[in-house]
Design a protein around this ligand. Structure first.
Ligand code: NAD
Length: 422
């Protein structure tokens, strides 16, 4: 690295993507530093603690070798700047680029000749080209001459960052040889393999990876509805369809959303005028909370009953509630006017954070949430729920369960808890 720079890399936005990345760089001997506007996050990291649940990083963060700064001047001291800020959607089908734009505005005065700027946030096709235009308009540098620019998407799954940052191939999208070489050299310190391409293909690789999962789960959910209409058992069918069959894998149904899958789907749709397969997938996945409430209702009333909702985060064993479908499920249950709904999620604080227009809600201890329940909705497939349902089977065998994740393991979506005793 250029000796004029004190650090090899500055990670801008040290959230769920940026912080694991920065710590992984430190882990392999890359001199990394962070920049973030969130004072609470900075204080937590700089005190040696993880601000969220991400296994594998506790010792690294406790070493305090990765320091997160508040002042954008820090970027001038790092050879490479990797941008990992959030890219949510506006209410319309449109990426909200404000975090990226604010980063560009704040770091632009501190850019130096020779800097490598890597965009790593997930973005709609054409966004890296926009960044290039922005730099041409607002700085004295020219990409490919005195400033280097690349798009290097992050493809880790939350909860698996520590392992996946070191094992996934790294896509490097750049449009000049020097940018390509500099970004490849940086990420080769972490990744086993570099795949070189241009901006838009790198942007699409990331989106297609996520959207393929979103559509695959939509298909799984559609199959679950068809099986239910036919009085058949989706889990049994799935097991047989997948057993020793070489040509495809039928995924499990579930509450499919989460910050990445849903918004990344929006990013690809913002540039397409047609109602397409992706919109159908969206509708299917969004319908599942309604399906669970409607179909449990067909078996037992929810009105005036005590309901427990297990899980509030968007997927198993994470504390991330962004874009979770659980708040939507909560509201649909609430519309049936039950006596009460007790939400329990051991990964979240009490109260459960206000999310998507609901809350804050009391976060009940798991045993108390289930103690008097007439109906249980398993909203998230956290690992500890299988044992909790077995206890429920002993204590409240009449209690109805809506278990789209098959956490109970008896291959049924709707059942009375006593069925788990068999
Ligand atoms: N979370 C995932 O599992 C995952 C996986 C792959 C890709 N991604 C993508 O990575 C990007 C980041 O996602 P995330 O989950 O880490 O988001 P996040 O909200 O956890 O982290 C973003 C961080 O950027 C900081 N920030 C915002 N504006 C800033 C600014 N002007 N200057 C400095 N810091 C600023 C925020 O304070 C926050 O800490 C998104 O585009 C997301 O789609 C996320």
């Amino acid at each position: 690295m250029n000796p004029a720079f004190e650090f090899d890399v500055c990670i801008v936005g040290t959230g769920r993507v940026g912080l694991p990345l920065g710590l992984s760089f430190i882990d392999v001997g890359v001199a990394a530093v962070g920049l973030d506007v969130d004072a609470h996050l900075r204080d937590t990291v700089n005190a040696g603690r993880m601000p969220f649940h991400e296994p594998g990083y506790d010792a690294l963060v406790a070493s305090r070798r990765f320091v997160v700064h508040a002042e954008p001047e820090i970027v001038a001291r790092a050879r490479a700047i990797v941008i990992t800020v959030g890219t949510p959607l506006h209410h319309h089908i449109e990426t909200d680029l404000r975090q990226i734009q604010r980063v560009l505005e704040s770091v632009a005065p501190h850019l130096r000749a020779g800097h490598l700027l890597c965009l790593r946030s997930t973005v709609a096709p054409g966004t890296t080209a926009f960044v290039k235009r922005w730099l041409a308009r607002h700085t004295r540098f020219t990409v490919g001459q005195d400033l280097l620019l690349a798009f290097c998407p992050e493809r880790i799954a939350e909860g698996k960052a520590y392992e996946e940052i070191r094992t996934l191939p790294q896509i490097v999208g750049a449009e000049d040889a020097d940018s390509q070489a500099a970004a490849a050299a940086l990420f080769a310190r972490l990744a086993p393999e570099i795949m070189a391409t241009n901006f838009v293909s790198a942007e699409l690789v990331k989106l297609f990876n996520n959207i393929a999962r979103y559509v695959q789960f939509a298909l799984a959910n559609q199959f679950a509805l068809i099986a239910d209409e036919q009085g058949a058992n989706i889990h049994e069918i799935r097991r047989m369809a997948n057993h020793n069959y070489p040509r495809n894998h039928v995924a499990a149904p579930g509450l499919t959303a989460g910050t990445c899958l849903r918004k990344d789907f929006g990013m690809i749709n913002e540039w397409s005028p047609y109602p397409d397969l992706l919109l159908s997938a969206w509708k299917m996945n969004e319908y599942i909370p309604a399906f669970l409430v409607q179909h449990l209702q067909q078996r037992t009333p929810i009105h005036d009953r005590r309901v427990a909702m297990l899980g509030y985060s968007f997927k198993a064993d994470t504390d991330d509630v962004r874009d979770s479908l659980a708040p939507k499920l909560y509201r649909y249950i609430d519309r049936e006017t039950p006596l009460e709904i007790r939400v329990s999620d051991g990964y979240l604080p009490d109260p459960v954070p206000a999310e998507s227009g609901t809350g804050p809600l009391r976060n009940w201890p798991l045993d108390e949430a289930l103690a008097e329940a007439d109906c249980v909705f398993v909203a998230t497939n956290h690992s500890q729920y299988a044992a909790a349902l077995r206890t429920l089977a002993e204590r409240r065998p009449e209690c109805w369960v809506a278990d789209i994740w098959n956490v109970g393991g008896i291959d049924q979506i709707f059942y009375q808890a006593g069925a788990l005793r068999a």
